[in-house]
Design a protein around this ligand. Sequence first.
Ligand code: IPE
Ligand code: IPE
Ligand code: MG
Length: 242
Amino acid sequence: MPSTFPAPAPDLHVAIIMDGNGRWAIERGLPRTAGHRAGVEVVRRVVEAAPDLGVSVLTLYAFSTANWRRPTGEVRELLGLLREYLSSQAPQCVARGVRLSVIGRRDRLPAPLAAAIGTAETATAAGGTLHLRLALDYSARDVILRAARNGAAAGTLTLPAFERLLAEAEGGPGPVPPVDLLIRPGGEQRLSDFLLWESAFAELVFTDTLWPDFGAADLAAAVREFRGRERRFGGLSGRAAS
Ligand code: IPE
Ligand code: IPE
Ligand code: MG
């Protein structure tokens, strides 16, 4: 094949810990919630850019189970912004072929947010360009624990069977491939209880850019960095093996 034909980009599962909203706002003398509002805008830009970069599944950490520890006012604002995002963006998602779904616990979310999730999931269910998953009241350890409890009754458990239980326990529409690339903007280098099982062999990219300043170019740079790495999954490098 002539080299002018680029190889088709493999379908990637990219996961992002959207961090740094609060610091972005404080740096500007604004309330933390202004950072969350700016952060929601970035979600729109990143979702738009993802398909052209070969991303077919995008999981965004929007609200962790640990985030309930924050002041009530901040939690209320944040969850309100997420509801607005779901209501306003569902038609855009339909137009772009984006399937939207939510993972995490729903039983503790405010009723209007839970309703907006259901409506957006139903409206976008046929989307085939990108599967956008928002992690909300999500804790990887809780998901693993619930799957383990459900699996305990099953006796001998295979890896595929356990992964099906994990998908059920996370509350989304079903299994997706493991995470290929996990990105954390905001300067911290930790996972904060996000997709611990699914990221077993993920490539990690940490950047100091705060989430409200993150954009399509930053996503493209992270994907480029990912493509430059050699994934060995415990084997040998291509050169050493031959
Ligand atoms: C990420 O930004 C948004 C959520 C965790 C919901 P932060 O609010 O954690 O921002 P920083 O880390 O305090 O700057
Ligand atoms: C992780 O960010 C959660 C989300 C981005 C939703 P946090 O800011 O809550 O994480 P820690 O506190 O730095 O671990
Ligand atoms: Mg943070």
